[in-house]
Design a protein around this ligand. Structure first.
Ligand code: WT7
Length: 635
């Protein structure tokens, strides 16, 4: 393993500069020295950024699970690959070795194959955070099926739209899931979702809660009996470098969620390389990322990145507040966790509680602590640094996206001096640039601009499933020849980046990336609602919360406002999920619009934030008088 583990700032700059001067050589070496291939590539990269066409490691042949599991068996067969920590602390934790992981993944792969799943078929996975989730993901990759994990907090209609978009034949789910003191009826949600999905022929059901569920004849099968009779032979499919590995949905500012498609070899190289460098993983470490595998963070930094490095990775089923606010810290103490990776929203919610919850436990095993998902505010950064990191474990504030596949900008622990709220420097191989309003690259430091990446990297998404045109328009059109992240950023005097947030109509609530458009669509379906506009506003714990401005139809005018608020939130909850519920709903007689009919969201955003001046240019408003009304009646 060569280009792994940068040890000094000097080495960082050396690698970085080399990666810019000779990117092909840089990635060629990393891919060559750290993985097992059936066949190596003819060419490292081929791309046309104007057309959003990117390919890495052309014509190479590989199976990512051989790299995650098989190649470790000789040296690490009896090493723990996965520690499963259940929701309920009284239930015993499970330790799954690499040998056992091999056995369980290959059995599951055989089951999927027996059920008719073939290379290229899409499999939807709707499971709680249990080992079967990671195992099913790997089993799909083993046989070349494209996995699409749907976060188990999503509602039936969100599942329906994803399953239909993918035309899945098979769904893997469970009889339910435990989350804190609740039991979630996942099978019931799947049953409802699949009523509208004729493409699904089979569902395999994991037993977790022993809840009574409805099993539809000739469609639903309990998984365990099938596993019991499946062989654990190899069945690894030989995949082309650019064969799809998975599809994961992320919100957009307009229209339906985007199915981001990642391919095999580039994603493998990138998730492994970033994991090794950012978490500085050493052989006996126990690494824990608290994200859900339903998000990209869980894909890259619970499953693939750690396993590609032969690491021990923790899967936690529960929530930070159950049975009490010490749960995270108890787990770190119990399993002697060395790297801990979580989100600002979790940090803020725990920082609100007494810090004695943290100090009760021994956290001296920790070496590195990380943050991901949204900008971490200064207060939360210091709390994390003082109480969890004890001022000795560096915080890696990692900036990246579902689309980037892996971490792009982050300190390298013990190498890059950290600075609160700054993601700091790009990893070697990553070329960020800031662009001004005239679409020119800004070369100076101490500037703000739109964050773009000017050279491809192996982990980048290749397309939006079924809609390459949208992929191109969303990411490659605003700044021709570059990938546009949708984020704004500041670069300080030494070249450190601080991500300031989205520049479009996406709001990050509790670390969940929510497009406002699908929420507005859901609200507008309510019979009393004429029109709606959603914006984010700062919230102590969630980072942002949602504020809805809603106009009513005449027929809705005499309805009780509180009942309406309740109904609207219930509707959002069942159509998108409880995470998208509105914190504030203001009924207004009109929305500020431009002459072309576009809602001027920046005005609403300012009002929601409680700022009543500096609305910027409002001369193009068709109905300027509405602004005063909305201001005066703000909640
Ligand atoms: C958006 C991507 C990356 C996996 C989880 C979220 C924001 C993410 C940071 C950070 C500031 C951050 C950005 C980005 N974001 N990490 N360290 N500092 N902002 O993935 O749902 O695709 O969201 O999250 O705005 O564009 P995602």
């Amino acid at each position: 393993m060569s280009y792994y583990q940068i040890k000094s700032l000097e080495q960082y700059f050396k690698h970085y500069n080399k990666s810019i001067r000779e990117p092909r050589k840089f990635w060629d070496k990393i891919a060559d020295e750290n993985f097992t291939w059936y066949q190596k590539w003819d060419k490292v990269v081929e791309f046309d950024m104007q057309e959003a066409e990117v390919k890495w490691f052309l014509n190479a042949k590989v199976n990512i699970t051989k790299n995650c599991i098989d190649r470790h068996l000789a040296k690490r067969g009896e090493k723990t690959a996965i520690i499963f920590e259940p929701n309920n602390p009284d239930e015993e934790a499970q330790h799954i070795t690499y040998n056992e992981l091999y056995e369980r993944v290959t059995k599951m792969a055989n089951v999927l194959r027996d059920q008719g799943v073939k290379k290229g078929d899409r499999v939807c996975i709707y499971l709680p955070m249990i080992p079967e989730l990671a195992i099913t993901v790997l089993a799909c990759a083993r046989i070349g099926a494209v996995h699409s994990v749907i976060f188990a907090g999503f509602s039936a209609s969100a599942v329906t739209s994803r399953v239909l978009d993918l035309q899945c034949k098979l769904v893997v789910t469970s009889d339910g899931g435990f989350r804190g003191n609740k039991t979630i009826d996942l099978k019931g949600i799947i049953d409802e979702a699949l009523e509208k999905c004729p493409c699904v022929e089979k569902t395999l059901v994991v037993k977790r809660t022993n809840s009574k569920v409805n099993m539809k004849e000739d469609r639903d099968y309990w998984l365990q009996p099938l596993l019991d009779s499946a062989p654990s032979n190899n069945v690894a499919e030989i995949m082309d470098a650019e064969d799809p590995l998975f599809i994961l949905y992320t919100s957009g500012s307009t229209g339906k969620p985007k199915g981001m498609m990642h391919t095999t070899a580039g994603y493998m190289v990138y998730s492994a390389y970033t994991f090794k460098n950012i978490f500085n993983y050493e052989e006996n470490d126990v690494y824990w990322c608290t994200a859900d595998i339903g998000w990209i963070t869980g894909h890259s930094y619970i499953v693939y990145g750690p396993l590609l490095n032969g690491a021990t990775t923790v899967i936690f089923e529960g929530v930070p507040s159950y049975p009490d606010f010490g749960r995270f810290w108890e787990i770190i103490d119990k399993h002697k966790v060395t790297q801990f990776y979580t989100a600002p929203t979790a940090i803020r919610s725990l920082a609100k509680e007494n810090w004695e919850w943290v100090d009760k436990y021994n956290l001296s095993s920790l070496k590195i602590i990380g943050s991901v998902g949204e900008p971490i505010n200064e207060e939360a950064w210091h709390w994390y640094n003082d109480h969890v990191g004890k001022k000795k474990s560096p915080i890696v504030d990692t900036w990246w996206q579902t689309e980037t596949g892996g971490i792009m900008i982050s300190p390298i622990p013990f190498v890059t001096p950290t600075k609160p709220t700054y993601a700091t420097l790009p990893l070697p191989g990553v070329q960020p640039v800031l662009m001004d309003e005239r679409r020119n690259e800004i070369e100076d430091n101490q500037v703000v601009g739109s964050l773009c990446i000017k050279f491809p990297w192996p982990g980048m998404a290749r397309t939006i499933w079924g809609d390459h045109q949208r992929f191109k328009e969303t990411y490659f059109t605003a700044f021709p020849g570059k990938y546009f992240t949708g984020d704004g950023a500041l670069r300080d005097e030494v070249g450190y980046y601080r991500i300031t947030g989205r520049v479009d109509d996406v709001v990050i609530v509790s670390g969940h990336n929510l497009g406002t458009a699908p929420i507005e669509d859901a609200i507008n379906e309510h019979p009393a609602v004429a029109e709606s506009a959603i914006v984010g506003f700062p919230h102590d714990v969630k980072g942002n919360a949602l504020y809805g401005f809603i106009t009513l139809k005449e027929s809705g005018e005499d309805r009780n406002r509180d009942n309406l608020r309740k109904e609207i939130n219930e509707h959002i909850s069942s159509h998108i999920g409880p995470i998208a519920k509105l914190d504030k709903i203001q009924f207004v007689s009109g929305l500020p619009k431009t002459r072309s009919g576009k809602i001027m969201r920046r005005i609403l955003r300012k009002i929601a934030e409680g700022e009543f001046t500096n609305f910027g240019d409002t001369t193009t408003l068709l109905n300027p008088e509405i602004v005063d009304e909305i201001k005066n009646e703000r909640i």
